[in-house]
Design a protein around this ligand. Sequence first.
Ligand code: PHE
Length: 451
Amino acid sequence: MSRSTEQPRWSNQIGFILATTGAAVGLGNIWKFAYMAGTHGGSAFVLIYLLCVLLVGIPLMMGEMTLGRLGRSDAITSLQRLAQTHHAHPAWRYLGWLGAITLLCVLSFYSVVAGWSLCYWLKAATNSFYHVSTSHIQTLWSNLLNDPVQLMTYHALFMLMTVGVVAQGIQKGLEKAARMLMPALFIILIGLVIYSLNTPGAAQGIDFLFHFNLSNITPTIAISALGHAFFTLAVGAGCILVYGAYLPDQAPIARTVLVITALDVLVAILSGLAIFPLVFTYHLSPASGPGLMFETLPIIFSQMAAGRWFGSLFFMLLLFAAWTSSISLLEPWVALLVERFNFRRKPACYLMGGIAWILGLVTVLSFNHWSNFKPLLNATLFDLITDTTTNLLLPLGGLGFAWFAGHYIPEDALKKALNFKHVLSFKFFQFNLKYTVPLGILVIVLEALIK
Ligand code: PHE
């Protein structure tokens, strides 16, 4: 028996926009965007990422959200219903399973990285970085990575924070968290940007992010930027589909998606503007990789006057962003267990939170006991999980959702759900959904597989 008669709804449009922006804005916008831009030539990466968001991310998010609004259930049931109504093969429901597995893998490593933010927020708030040497900060970081028990503990705490919110349900849990955390996130971020732009490295930081030079673009940068566009917009895995399923009937999807993507891009750019001016002011390298947030920035916090406050606010920002996203990674599984397997919400949350925590141990161990275990492509299990989910599974899922929405959902139904103001904008969207998105994804994924 399905519980779909109890299908929850967002309380209003603002609640939905905040929750979905919360799903989109996460570690991807701050931690990942900064280190990817840092290691992939700055502006070259930023330019391709913006293009991917515009041509691939936006139409895809609109398509995926529409599928949720029309299917009104978890991803698998929605696809099954829509496939039946619109005469598509029933196997389309496996696309929902692919998404669910992708989300679980993402949640498993996401929670470990978010645990680092929790740990560093506590360190910054207790003034652990104050006037300590660079080598001390590097030791703090390697000590954390080398200590599986500490990593597991922070990973567990963060998972409990996530489960705690999702267990409360859509309006009292997801929406309430987003209503508090998202405005706080914007205020902190803007404060940090104002501070950073008043340091001597401001011009160099801006130049690094925005001085576009086409000759710097390489296939590796293009695939990373595409993968990143999917990751940051949370598209391609059914998460947006499930959020769309809780939308009221009349909500105009096209406009809503434009607002959400604009906010998501804004947070990424603002994070870049908060981070890179400081990196240049203190003569550090922007290309230090995933440790940028945890190794490079604390060096800055240790030297600057208000380092304790700046540092705690920064890690609080990272933590809030991660929290609203991890909620969105767990919710689709909860919807799935409730809708298809007749679970109650709370046990579904505990079960999936527990499974994701156990899977996260693979990430935890990749940094210490298993750091030399590189089964494929000379990469650790952590690198393999993050790269496969971001650069392969999310784009492939995206290809599926775009194809299904573009080729099986009748034009009238799409038009009505999206509610475009102008016919031309609808045509542009439809063209991109049907052709640009699948082609763009195929070319880039094949390129990545061949290399
Ligand atoms: N968008 C989130 C971020 O940028 C991550 C995420 C990916 C969330 C996929 C949900 C689904 O951090």
